[in-house]
Design a protein. Sequence first.
Length: 199
Amino acid sequence: MAADPEHTARKWDAQDIKGAIGKICTGPRGKTIESFDTSGYEEMKRLHEFLLPDYTVLEFGGGIGRIAKHVAPLTKKMIVVDISSQMIKLGRDIWCKDIPNIEWVQNLYNIPLNDNSVDFAYSLVVFLHLRTESRDAVHWLGEMCRVLKPGGYIVIGDIIQIDPVQDLEFVESKKKYPDLPNDKAVLTILRKGDLCEDT
């Protein structure tokens, strides 16, 4: 049985920027606002080759916009999707308040965007939480594929191991998204249409 997404959303809620940073980043890179910001810039550099000025880009699990803050200026439109309404509020009102081309969207049961509506999508350090909390990583990867335009790319910066025999949820999801690969690795690159992997 999948976890309650509204419970997961509450778990990620934070009342201020310091609290949000504490939830998103632990260890040395999360100790200060400056190091948090720098880490977002460094993550953007990993994605730079996929970003074009006329693109609509989606970040799944974007929190307060740690990475989106640095990606948005390189694109036409940046869409940050997150399960926590409080993270979205902090990102929109404080962390990224001076960046006009970011749209903030909450997801609970799906990504509330049209099919084939984004040019590039990414999610970094998110899917490992989905496997332990919502148990629905395949569903969300399928949702990212659904909103991606034909030929577009998805970058996943996590380790996901899926057992197609033992994971009944995976088997059910494959009926809806039959072209999903069976496993991912750090910085997996998928292309919609052929879903090739580059690990």
